[in-house]
Every structure is written in C-alpha cells, then in structure tokens.
Write a protein that binds this ligand. Sequence first.
Ligand SMILES: [Cu+2]
Length: 531
Amino acid sequence: MRIREMKMKKAIAKTGSLLAPIALGMLLTATAYAAAPGITGPTFNLTAQAAFISQPDGAAVYSWGYGCNGAPTGYAPAAITNGFCNSMQVPGPTLIVTEGQSVTVRLTNGLPNAAGNTSILFPGFNVTATGGVQGLLTREAGRATTNNTVTYTFVASSPGTRAYYSGTQGDLQVEMGLYGAIIVPPSSVPAECTSGSHAANLTAEGFWGEADFRLANATGGVGAAYDHPKSCYDREYLFQYSEMDPRIHRQAEEQSTKACTSCMNVATEPYHPAYFMINGRSMPDNMDPNYALEYPHQPYNGNPHMHPGELTLLRIIGTGRWQHPFHEHGNHVRILARDGNMILSQSDANSLAGPLLFTTTTTPGQAMDGIYYWTGKGLNWDPYGHNPASNDPNAKLPCTADANGYNTGAPTAINYYEWCQDHNKPLQTAPFGDVAGGSPATLPDPNIFANGAWFGGSPYLGPNATVRAVGSTGTTPPSGTVGNSPTEEAGFAFMWHSHNEREITTNNIFPGGMLMMMLVDSREFVIDESN
Ligand SMILES: [Cu+2]
C-alpha cells in the first residue's frame, strides 16, 4: 500500500468488512482516539480468565486474558473518564507506575481447570514471587484454593515501556491472549521538556482548549519517556502487535470443559494465523474509541492523532510469535530505547544513537520507544494552500521562518510549525476557490470516488481548506466528506500498516488486520482523546 496521504473528515468507518464508497455517509462515525490508557497502582489485583473477543468478520474467538480482580486503584491518563477494567481483556490491563515505586501484582488463576497453571513474567525487573506453586520460569497460580493466587513484587527501577506475558506454556498461553504492557514514566521530567518547542506546543494546546493526555505529566503538562532531555514528547500512543491462529483457539475451547486438571493438549504447530491485531483489535475495530462498549474484552484502540510539529512518542511491543514490519507513513521513526534501555551515543551521552526506522519491525517479546513527527517539510507545496491572491484571510497567513525554517514565532497561529520554504505554493492556483487565474495543477473531481472513499475533496489542511480546493468540473466537494469548520476534522491521514500485506487482511479479506491511520490535524482541530 502506498497511499501517501488522503484527506478525510472525522475518524473512520466502522463496518463489517469492506469500505463501500456508496455507504460513505453512513460510515463516518464519531471521532475515536487512542493515547496510552491504563490502570494505576502500585498494587494490582489481576485474574486470568477466558472470554470471547470479537473480530470484524463477525467471529467471536475464544481467548484467555488478564483482567482486573475487583476495581483498580485508578485509571490514567486522568483526562479519560470512561475507563473500565473487566475480569478478562486482550491485551491485559496496561499497568502504569512511576519510576521508583514498589509494585505488587497479585494474580489469581480463573482459567478452566483443564488449562492448568498460569503466571506472569515481567522482563526487565527484579521480581520476587511468592505463593502459588513453583513453575519452570517463575511461581505460578495453581489449581487448588490454597495455591490459586501468586504474588509478584518488584521495584519499577527504571522508566520505559515493557511487555509482560505468561511464563507458563507460553506457546499456548501467549497465543491465547495472556500478554500486556507496563509503562513506567520517569520520576521527574527533565527541565528541557518545559522549554523550547515543548513549551510552545503546550501554549498552543492550551490556547485551543486541549487537555493533556500524557502519562508523564504529574507536575502538569510536560512529558518525557526517560530521565533524559532527548526523550521529551508531546503525545504518546501504545501499540501491541499480535496475531491469532483460530484453529488453536477452537481446540482450546473444545477442551476447556474437560473434567480434568491441566489436561489440555492443543498443538501450537503448524501455525497459520488469520487475525493480525493492534491492541487486540483488527482494523477497522481499532479505530473505534478506547473503552467502546461493544468491545468489553478489547478496551484499547489504535488511532493516533497529532498536530504538525508535535513529537509523538510511540510505545511499540511485539507480543505474538511473528515479526511484523510495521510502516509509519509520513516520516521515519527515531528509536529512543529498546526494552526500557535508552540507546545513546558512546562518545556523547547527550546524543541519541538509535536507528531512524522506515518500518518499526516488531520482535516477539520486545518493546521499543520511538519518536515520530510530521511538519510538511519537503513536500515542495504548501499543505495549507496559502495563496496571497485569495479573498480568504485564512489563505493569507504569514510564515516567518525560524533558524530551522519553521513558522514558530506564534504558537497560537493556525499554521504554527509550517515549513516556510513552501509557503504560498499551493498545489492548485486556479481555479482556486474564490480566485481565478492560471494553474499548475488540476485537482481531481471530488465527486468521483476513484480517489478513495476517504478523499475529502481538498489537499489542504485547516479551516476553509475545501473552499480553496476546486475539482476539474468546478464542483464543490460532496457533502459528508468535507472538513469545512473548526469542529470538523480535516487532517491528513497517513496509512500506518504492516508491510507484510497478508497482515492487513482479516481472515484473508482486505482491508483489515494491522492497519490504522495517523491523522495529522490542523492546529485549530482540538484532539480530544477522552472519547
Ligand atoms: Cu507503507
């Protein structure tokens, strides 16, 4: 897939299978955002249980997952107020603790008797396990009332993103869904994160009435992934990549009612996965909101948003058995850390030494943190469609280059962080909405869906962008597809997806699987991650 950018209105279609252009108006539903939601501790009472998770082809797949054993201490980020934590979910609850906290995780085994024991490994931490029964890799929650609960304690000794997963019969139990993430924000945020472009982004977000959805903001409005000034960030998202072979799940379901203990015998080879998931959901389900009630056992979505110039922290975990070559269109991703270890230059501890990745290829069990941003630099045309001849004041905004070439003088400007070298170079100069004259480019007719159902009728960002874009027949963009007011989303949609093309199907039907859209929104569009 090489869909460079498309223009679209609000978030995306929720549909059973294919995107049918004729149904576009019905497909456009409420906005759905992501952030990195989870539960707070430092004590967590978890259980491992069975339930059915849903797939966009209509399948209800028997799965195992960690969930909350009673109400959690709390939810984060605080700006999300509709959180829930049921007794089974895939992925398991994202555990959010602060660097230095002493963490206690109590796990009670609620799996079928035939499934046997279960456990949790916390790679990267020095764990003490008590209770339960001794297993191969750690102590496990057993089958008897006397050993049904195991307790893991450890100090969240360093910041970062890490995986947790079953340490019992991992080839079956991780496949069944027993995995999750633990996020440790640093105990304090470096001073550098409160100045410069981060302070300006904060000013801009506040000016446009935006809440802060970062986890590392205990002191208010600043974020850092690590105890390091090169790890400042403006937004964050957590993406856990996994796949499922429905044959394995079907056999586990068939044997789950056997009247015997630890007697399940499910072959985990040969392996033929048919579902490829981001945070436990396949596209387009992953574009529905966090905590959407139709997914009681899949509360987390995959639907990133950002404004130009913001540094977006990607917390990435490979949880399945396969590697997934995930491509973030729009820019490369600078890797900050792997498994909670920052990658710094050996000769200069102030410089990052992680690779700049085209695809952030996941490795089973490995976590990584990376920074992504988009500014429009290098397009060689003005993504805002500024044209000094226009009658529209929004098409005549100034762009004053800073030392790096960006318009950063006024954080509250709509075109904050515009790349000034391309200013006043609209793709289309005429017909240009309200302006007549010669033209280097004719835009496609927005009424013809050959451009794709997500083409919004304008190649420009921001208010009145659709007014400034006129198609070959002179028609205005079709209703229901235009983002024409500040309350309507009119961002550039960058397809983020696995480059293993079978992985962007759901049970072999395209589109589906590991596919989502990064929406780069104009500044005046308030990114609200709370619903
Ligand atoms: Cu791609």
